[in-house]
Ligand binder design. Sequence first.
Ligand code: PMP
Length: 450
Amino acid sequence: LPQHPALAPAALAQRFAAETQRFSASHPRSMALAEQAAQHFLFGVPLHWMRDWPSPASLCVQQAQGAQLLCADGLAYSDFCLGDTGAMFGHSPAPVAQAIAQQASRGLTSMLPSTLTAEVGQLLAATFGLPQWQMALTASDANRFLLRWARAVTQRPQLLVFDGCYHGAVDDTLVDLVDGQTVARPSILGQVHNHAAFTRIVPFNDLAALEAALADRQVACLLAEPALTNCGLVLPDPGFWAAAQALCQRYGTLLALDETHTLSTGCGGYARVHGLAPDLLVIGKAVAGGLPCAVYGFSDALAQRMRDAKQAAPEGHSGIGTTLAGNALTLAALHAALTHLHTPATYAPMLALADALAHGLRERITAHGLDWSLTQLGARMELHCAAQPPRNADDVRRSSQPALEALLHLFMLNRGVLLTPFHSMLLVSPATTAANVQKLLDGLDAFLAV
Ligand code: PMP
């Protein structure tokens, strides 16, 4: 970074202290609720990640609607975090809210298919382009289950992932690439198994490393996001996926694309928009409009191998599935989401507004002479503190500026704008308005004005 006066290291700590005070003073109710909740919730929150914000207490949410969120202190926020993608179609989209309300008094879960099942299957196939499907409650679960299937049908032990990946709380994938070796991610708590023995890892955008990892035909599955979205937003080089897909086919490795975040690309997700032919697809978070739901799809050929593997196995637990998966309430929400949200008409305004936001951000980078860059994948974009956009996780690690990013998040929170914690990701929903975008850009102008 150039020594922009607002961003000089000495200024950051001082500014952070001032913003912390400002938050405490303007959020008395959130502060008090956090203290009460801490009596019975570890870290004061129902999910400990909810404390991974730079504010002195988590914002307590009173209500969320569209792209607007209201906190316990009655302050309004333009939400560009959108539940880290769970609310990508806006909070409580009307058709989904209606479907949930209708189903709510007709049975929530029965461990049986509902009368909507067949139609949901048709909609999934039409929307995402793969003919066969299974449901889970979270993307983490869907990824765990597809790994079991992949290893079962190929009878190969190894999984391959990209450095910087995140596929949820799936032990096999929580690894880093260090000096060419797979190592268990040091931050993982309670790790006892040596997942490094069964997981290979290569840098993103490196076809030679990919081929070297596949060549001994021991890899059951390459599990990947089409673009890294959990380690900055790292886009694939032109032609990368066509070549990577061909390598998987050459070595008999299944290609599983986790589209949980890349659903932002366009209707149907990245693979659909770019004409890729993965063997498996995973979509979680926003797929049912924000109700806990994930789906995984696969080809007919793979479905036959799955049936064969199941038939060949002894009776008993398969290690695949959970009791509430595919429940009636989720199915109703998914049906409404597939009918009304996963449509070109819903995506068009979202993508257009995202382009306008990206344009505004680039203008600010130029106007302030910042050594920053922006990457964009449809409705999702990410600011990087480096002039060159990253090509892999190492680039992201080298350019990361945690103190600056924490300050930016807290500053924007205090100006009524929510950015995704953990990184500088911005997501636009169909409910996001030009006024929401302007509020963010004004906030950034104020952040950089000294
Ligand atoms: N896959 C990807 C690409 C993700 O980004 C995430 C969560 N950030 C997951 C899977 C896991 O989703 P969940 O936490 O809902 O299980």
